[in-house]
Structure formats: structure tokens, C-alpha cells
Design a binder for this molecule. Structure first.
Ligand code: 13P
Length: 246
């Protein structure tokens, strides 16, 4: 059975004190729901110690395992710190750091080589949405960002419309369904039905306890990648519980 996934991306937020939130998140982890928190790199090792039933992930990784790359962190280092996941290709990385699909693919390969699961992110801008280019943009990102060696076990795909991130704006359920159906079909064409069906497809962008139930009822949505509402157990636990009930 495919375990659903509630993943939290803390972005550049959080402190050691904030890890105390983990205690109250524990009940969200069940046989059918996995919970992962991706804190800033400074907190990964401590987060692993306090994780309990939660999984811990990084937010990006360098393509190389080590070397003269000041300020960067490798997938091997995240693994060494106890992480099991890493987000690759988040739109904030693509925008702030100019990461291309090829960069994201190389990072994802580095993640796998280190033994991490890659949460590979795709998503259209508002301009792309309004010009009707969404499905083409997503198809191009999937083709360019997911390496050929992807499996259901080593890869999670997150659809995060850029315009829905941190804005409180959420696509209609029909729009989410259209993209998720198309992603599943494209993945199936490329990797075969078994791998594509086993791969978890997350929706991300302004997911809250209040809209989680309707989003999780959309076909081909296997969980969420949550930003702001993952920082506090009072917000994140209800999302995970809603996922369990979906
Ligand atoms: P918000 O949930 O804050 O909109 O962020 C979504 C996101 O970017 C998760 O990676």
C-alpha cells in the first residue's frame, strides 16, 4: 500500500526551540501516513535526535558529495546528519539561485546516490497559468528535473504552483486534478504504470487545515508539501490527520 505523505518545508524558519513542536506532531504518523519535516540545514542533526516517528529532510543539496563549494551542503552530509529526504527544485531555489531543470536533476541523482529520497518540485508561475501554458510547463519540468533512474521508492513529486505559495491562493480543485492527472499520465508514459502509480504526488501551496480535506479528496493527490502551516503542530497535525482520513 502506498503510504501518504505530509511533508513540511520550514524554509528559512525555525530554531532549536521550535523543534519542541515535534512532540505534538507524533500522533499524525500512522500506518497510512508518513510525516516529514525539512528544517533549515542548521537544525537537521538536532531535528533527527528529536524526530520520534517523523522523518527529517533537507531543503536542497549540492550535486557533489564534497569539495570547495563554500556555503553548500551535500546530500551525503544530509544523510550523515540523519536525514532521509531532501527537497530538490523548489521554486524558491529555482528563482533565488537560478537552478535549472538540469541542476535539479543532478541534485536528485546526488540525493539518490547518498541514499536520500528526493522530493522533486515543479510548478507554473501566474503568468504561465494565465497564458494557458501550465501543462506544458509542468511536462517540461518533469522531463528535465526527474532523472531516468527515478523509482517509486526514491522519488516524490510535488506540484507547487508558484502563485499559490505563501499567498493564501489555492488553485481550484479542478485545476489541481488536471495537473495531477496529467503528471501521473506523463510519469506512466516514461517510467511505466507500476512506478508511476507507486510514486507519491504531493500538492503544495497554501495548504491549511481548513482546505486540506477537499484537496486530499482530489484523485492522484497523495499528500501535501506544506510551508507556513508546518511550523506549528497545531496547524500541521490536523493536516496529517485529515490526510489519514482521506
Ligand atoms: P506555503 O504552504 O507556505 O504556501 O508554502 C508552500 C511551499 O512552498 C512548500 O514547499
Amino acid at each position: 500500500m502506498k503510504r501518504k505523505l505530509a511533508a513540511g518545508n520550514w524554509k528559512m524558519n525555525g530554531s532549536r526551540a521550535a523543534l519542541a513542536e515535534f512532540d505534538a506532531m507524533q500522533p499524525g504518523v500512522t500506518d497510512s501516513v508518513e510525516m516529514v519535516i525539512c528544517p533549515p540545514a542548521t537544525l537537521v542533526a538536532t531535528a533527527v535526535e528529536k524526530a520520534g516517528a517523523l522523518g527529517i529532510g533537507g531543503q536542497t543539496c549540492h550535486v557533489k558529495a564534497s569539495g570547495a563549494h563554500t556555503g553548500d551542503i551535500s546530500a551525503a552530509m544530509l544523510k550523515d546528519a540523519g536525514a532521509s529526504y531532501v527537497i530538490t527544485g523548489h521554486s524558491e531555489r529555482r528563482t533565488d539561485h537560478g537552478e535549472s531543470n538540469a541542476d535539479v536533476a543532478a541534485q536528485s541523482t546526488a540525493a539518490w546516490e547518498a541514499g536520500l529520497v528526493a522530493i522533486i518540485c515543479v510548478g507554473e508561475t501566474l503568468e504561465e497559468r494565465e497564458s494557458g501554458a501550465t501543462l506544458n510547463v509542468i511536462a517540461e519540468q518533469l522531463a528535465g528535473s526527474i532523472p531516468d533512474a527515478a523509482t517509486a521508492a526514491n522519488t516524490v513529486v510535488a506540484y507547487e504552483p508558484v502563485w499559490a505559495i505563501g499567498t493564501g491562493k489555492v488553485p481550484t480543485l479542478e485545476q489541481i486534478a488536471e495537473v495531477h492527472d496529467d503528471m501521473r499520465a506523463k510519469l506512466s508514459d516514461r517510467f511505466g504504470t507500476e512506478i508511476a502509480d507507486g510514486m507519491r504526488l504531493l500538492y503544495g501551496g497554501s495548504v491549511k487545515a481548513g482546505n486540506a480535506a477537499e484537496i486530499f479528496a482530489v484523485p492522484n493527490v497523495d499528500g501535501a508539501l506544506v510551508g507556513g502551516a508546518s511550523l506549528k503542530a497545531a496547524d500541521f497535525l490536523p493536516i496529517a490527520e485529515t490526510l489519514g482520513a482521506a
